[in-house]
Unconditional design. Structure first.
Length: 336
């Protein structure tokens, strides 16, 4: 058996953390033959809850789980890790302005970026789930630079991707496995653009495009997009809690594909640092269609964008540039 991977989950005492740690521990992400040591980080007031999660993981008696460490300091958390799931973030409190939320998160992700540089490996790979995920990833990458390349930082748009895939499957009357290559462009926010123009659906044994399979262009260009964009809010309205189970599953899908690769002819959506593809400013953490081979992602090139897509992508780019500029201003203000 391979040497254990050391996997950090921050915010591990939270809702998403609770679903996520079991999936990682039982081999859903790195495989049934890959042992893992889980490192759980949360803030000191959550230490007892974290210990409860640690006890439960131990009690799961999993052959793949070679250790669980529950910690509340960054040095213990970030030392020698192979993967980091950065889930913990400052939640929006009532009356809080977007600017204040961003500033609070900049402090967290600046500090974690530095901890990655100080204690992690040059090969450590990072997924940011905590919102605003793209911008938090941008800040963490900025402060880990020099030690860890920017391309090892990503933000999660896989939940949006999975939501779009599921809706196309439902509307086309096929199963999930029959739908591939939807795309989420941009920010993990309500400006994201779920795009099915290049998606393929296997219907009745032959492959067709999603527009033909769904047979309702007006739905795909209107209600479908807002359904995916607002799905999180719809779940909170019904469950009175956010979509933690599906978010955790999506984080696992994201890292699994980064670790083992994407199937031939298929891509997934990941927010990664732009290299200027599709005119997106370099360095912005932007969700693109990517393929993965040998642990390295590559942005899918040469997809045709019509005026509808270009306008949607421009709007989400503008939002991300504004967030980036606000976050950089907050970095300059914060002394830590
Ligand atoms: P959750 O586990 O529900 O959410 C954690 C983060 O994931 C939030 O920023 C949330 O954003 C984000 N998120 C992204 N996508 C989704 C999605 N689809 N559905 C729900 N959330 C999504 O939050 P909890 O409050 O239950 O737990 C957070 C934990 O993090 C707490 O235990 C807290 O103590 C900890 N924390 C740890 C820190 C650290 O380790 N340094 C720092 C700050 C907090 P949104 O708020 O927009 O829903």
């Amino acid at each position: 058996m391979a040497a254990p991977l050391r996997v950090l989950v921050t915010g591990a005492a939270g809702q998403i953390g609770y679903s996520l740690v079991l999936q990682i521990a039982k081999g859903d992400v790195f495989g049934a033959d890959q042992p893992v040591v889980l490192v759980l980080l949360d803030i000191p007031p959550m230490a007892a809850v974290l210990e409860g999660v640690q006890f439960e993981l131990t009690d799961c008696a999993l052959t793949t789980l070679r250790g669980v460490e529950a910690v509340t300091d960054e040095k213990s958390a970030f030392t020698n890790i192979d993967y980091a799931f950065l889930v913990g973030a400052m939640p929006r409190k009532e009356g809080m302005e977007r600017k204040d939320l961003l500033a609070a998160n900049v402090r967290i992700f600046k500090s974690q970026g530095k901890a990655l540089a100080d204690f992690s490996k040059p090969t450590t790979k990072v997924i940011v789930v905590g919102n605003p995920a793209n911008t938090n990833a941008f800040i963490a990458a900025k402060y880990a630079a020099g030690k860890i390349p920017a391309r090892n930082f990503s933000a999660m748009t896989r939940l949006d991707h999975n939501r779009a895939t599921a809706q196309v499957a439902l509307k086309s009357g096929v199963t999930i496995g029959d739908v591939k290559n939807v795309i989420i462009w941009g920010n993990h926010s309500s400006t994201q653009f779920p795009d099915v123009k290049h998606a393929k659906v296997n219907k009745g044994g032959s492959e067709t495009d999603a527009y033909s399979a769904v047979g309702d262009s007006a739905w795909l260009q209107g209600p479908f997009i807002s359904l995916v964009q607002k799905r999180g809010a719809a779940i909170i309205e019904r469950r009175k809690l956010s979509s933690a189970m599906s978010a955790a599953k999506a984080a696992c899908d994201h890292i699994r594909n980064w670790h083992v690769g994407t199937p031939a002819g298929e891509w997934v959506s990941m927010a990664v640092p732009s290299d200027g593809s599709y005119g997106i400013p370099e360095g912005l953490i932007f969700s693109f269609p990517v393929t993965v081979e040998g642990g390295e992602w590559k942005i899918v090139q040469g997809l045709d964008l019509d005026d509808f897509a270009k306008a949607k992508i421009a709007a989400t780019t503008k939002e991300l540039e504004e967030e980036r500029d606000e976050a950089l201003a907050a970095c300059a203000d914060s002394k830590q």
